[in-house]
Design a protein around this ligand. Sequence first.
Ligand SMILES: Cc1ncc(COP(=O)(O)O)c(C=O)c1O
Length: 368
Amino acid sequence: SAAVGRQWSLLNTNSRFHYAAVTEFSERLAALAPEGLDTVFLVNSGSEANDLAIRLAWAHSGARNMISLLEAYHGWTVASDAVSTSIADNPQALTTRPDWVHPVVSPNTYRGPFRGEDSTVGYVDAVSRKLADLDEKGGKLAGFISEPVYGNAGGIPLPSGYLEAVYAMVRERSGVCIADEVQVGYGRLGHHFWGFEQQGVVPDIITVAKGMGNGHPLGAVITRREIADALEKEGYFFSSAGGSPVSSVVGLTVLDILHDDALQENARAVGTHLKSRLEALGDRFPLVGAVHGMGLYLGVEFARDRETLEPATEETAAICDRLLDLGIVMQPTGDHLNVLKIKPPLCLARESADFFADMLGRVLEEGW
Ligand SMILES: Cc1ncc(COP(=O)(O)O)c(C=O)c1O
């Protein structure tokens, strides 16, 4: 807060003019991205970042059709909402997507139509069929958007090799691959700074927000120069307060603290400990169907039956109510409202992780 206070008292204006902090922050972000992703747009939120990413895909490809995953949330603005398909966030989502959005089956290896290790081919085929259908109708592809580790589905890793195969099919059609790192990126996974590293791919556009501002409105789009240039032909981009001097100082300070306090390492260590505690609850309580995720992006999925995977929706609501009595704020998430998404601050202490696991254990013991 001292760094931010200093910048506030010195100057805060819009970001149409370049100040040292704006340039420095953009350079730091570009340095964190893979080689070639060297151009940064600063905005105020994840919705804004995804909206801009979609416009970049449109501008670069000259096309409009986007592939997105079912079970997804990408934001509230017109374009980011259009590619959002989660029925938990919007019960009308599946019947109201615009005609340029082509959702494909959620590659959910836990409860989707294809499960476990060998499920990749089934999910890749589904995308292949959707693309073939689009080709047949003469629809040109603008791009593909997904979370590279499936946060909205409960922190489930995509099947191995999925993005490699899908990105290749999208690029064959000159489409642009967008990785929405708003939830899972920026060190939260512990083992990886970016979610796409887990899949061994490099996207054409990265979107990031949420934790990068630590509560302050801040988002970014990181891409290749030629993709950014395509948008510039359609007009000058600016987002007045996106990446203002104060926002840039916030972003720089968050990056400094991430580094100095080794928060990614903390997410790895405390997350691994917490996951093992939660898995131990799974050994004791059949209601715990699965513990998804890694680092400090974990998902506890409740199911009434480990064979049928019938979602324990009412039980999850009751568990959240009881956790609140015990001092833990949790809400049911996922398309079946049967997942506890656990994504605490990256500075979470081991004792706090233990407190959470102890309290969840207590609630499960009480009757679920
Ligand atoms: C994966 C993902 N993308 C984008 C967004 C939208 O970000 P914001 O709420 O900052 O607009 C969210 C918000 O929850 C999200 O989870």
